[in-house]
Every structure is written in structure tokens, then in C-alpha cells.
Ligand binder design. Structure first.
Ligand code: ZN
Length: 256
């Protein structure tokens, strides 16, 4: 069923003459595409759910289209999948979370403390080290970043992308971060799947609706984790998160 739902999106795109592509391709051709119909695809790979990633990737390959996949440090471990995505010509980017990681590690409980100069410097160092490693492993430099939203960010009330420095962007020639207003502003509509309920769309607005309405430039985000739930992986992740939440709550962090 889910497979069919994604196939339908790609089918409607083809029939309605949308050009389906990765965020990087859109960015590189954005001036030329200003008057075209575009479906730009972003997948956030939050867990090591191979089948979830495959569901998207195999269909895209069948349709001969590309997309952007953002991997976290821990999901880059699926090296075979990452390699295939790159070989197909899709984009692999980094789904980063160093600010939340540092806050957890150092038991930082407020956004203000995390934003002080020493911590910003540490975040830059962590990001530099990690991006260097990723680039070496991939054998090609990543060109874009995308902020992961951890439960800890919601507790601190600040997103990871608020800590992305120009220094890191320049050093690694990062063309855009997926939440940059200057980038997202190039699209007419952004659509997201619902992360805690498989295969639904925010506001009940699916990419198919938007394409049938003829909205020209679409940015669509999905989470493979939700489209092909792997019960064991998801349960383990949820338990880890629950224990972490209880632990940090015991440090005096305000709950929601
Ligand atoms: Zn994420």
C-alpha cells in the first residue's frame, strides 16, 4: 500500500510534467527552473531502516528520477545503501545534530548556555570533524546539510540549524541548509509527512493534491522510518528516547 502511494506520487509527477529531482539539483538549476514545474524530494533517514529507504529508492530508480537523502551519523552505517544512492546520481547529505549531542553530553539545560562562545566553538569543532570523516568515507564532498530535530531540541526550545556557523559552511563549501529561508523561499509549497503516524500528510495535503492543483514548485519531505516501520528498530529507538527523556527530566529540564 505505501509502496503504491509513493508510486502514485511519482506517476502523477510524470503525467503532469513535473521535473522530479534532488534538492541539490534544484539549487544548482534554480534560476532556470523559475518557470517550471518541479517536485523536489527530501528523505530524512533517522533510523537504520533499510527497507524504508529501499521503498523510496527502488521506485525512484525505476522512474529514473533523483532525490536527496539526509543521513545521520548513525544511519551512514548503512554503507551499501548510501553507495547505491550516490551511484544512481541522487544526493547524499548530512542530517546533523551536534548542538543537541553536545547539550546532552555536557548536561546543558538552556538554549542560552548552549549558545555561549565556548560551546559554539565546540559545536564547530565537532561538525568539522564529522563532516571531514563523512566526506572521506563517501569519497565525494557533501554539498548540503539538514538539521535533525531531536526531542532534546524541543526541550531546549531551539533547533540545531540555529548553531550552524558560516565558518563551517565556508570551510566545506556547503551550498545550503535544508531550512535556510533563502532556499525554502524558492518553493511555492512545502509538504511534510506526519512523523508519528505512518503515511499521512500534514494538513491532509498530499503532493498528489498539490500537483493536481498545479502548484509549480514543490518541496516534499518524507521520513522512510514511517513508511516502512521496522517494529524492532522503532521500539528500541522509542525506548531509548523514553529513558533519555526521563533522565534529562531528572536534571530539571522543563517538560512540555
Ligand atoms: Zn531527523
Amino acid at each position: 500500500m505505501r509502496h503504491a502511494a509513493y508510486r502514485q506520487i511519482l506517476n502523477v509527477a510524470r503525467r503532469r510534467q513535473y521535473q522530479t529531482m534532488s534538492l541539490l539539483e534544484f539549487y544548482s538549476r534554480r534560476a532556470e527552473l523559475a518557470r517550471h514545474k518541479v517536485l523536489a524530494l527530501r528523505h530524512d533517514v533517522d533510523t537504520c531502516n533499510r527497507n524504508g529507504v529501499r521503498l523510496f529508492f527502488d521506485l525512484e530508480r525505476g522512474f529514473g528520477v533523483s532525490a536527496t537523502y539526509y543521513f545521520r551519523l548513525k544511519t551512514f552505517g548503512m554503507a551499501d545503501v548510501v553507495t547505491q544512492i550516490l551511484e544512481h546520481g541522487s544526493e547524499v547529505g548530512y542530517h546533523f545534530e551536534e548542538p543537541a549531542t553536545l547539550a546532552k553530553r555536557c548536561r546543558i539545560t538552556s538554549a542560552r548556555e548552549l549558545a555561549d562562545e565556548a560551546n559554539r566553538k565546540r559545536i564547530d569543532q565537532m561538525m568539522t570533524r564529522n563532516i571531514q570523516r563523512i566526506n572521506t568515507k563517501l569519497g565525494t564532498p557533501i554539498r548540503s546539510l539538514c538539521s535533525h530535530n531531536d526531542f532534546y531540541n524541543r526541550r531546549l526550545g531551539v533547533e540545531n540549524h540555529a548553531f550552524l556557523s558560516d565558518r563551517v559552511r565556508q570551510r566545506f563549501n556547503i551550498l545550503f541548509e535544508a531550512y535556510d529561508p533563502s532556499f525554502k523561499g524558492c518553493f511555492d509549497e512545502c509538504l511534510y509527512d506526519v512523523t508519528d503516524n505512518a503515511w499521512l500528510w500534514h494538513g491532509d495535503r498530499s503532493p498528489v493534491h498539490a500537483m493536481l492543483d498545479g502548484v509549480p514548485r514543490l518541496y516534499v519531505l518524507t521520513h522512510p522510518r514511517q513508511w516502512h516501520p521496522a517494529p524492532i528498530v522503532n521500539t528500541r529507538e522509542n525506548l531509548q528516547r523514553l529513558f533519555q527523556e526521563l533522565y534529562y527530566r531528572s536534571l530539571g529540564l522543563k517538560g512540555e
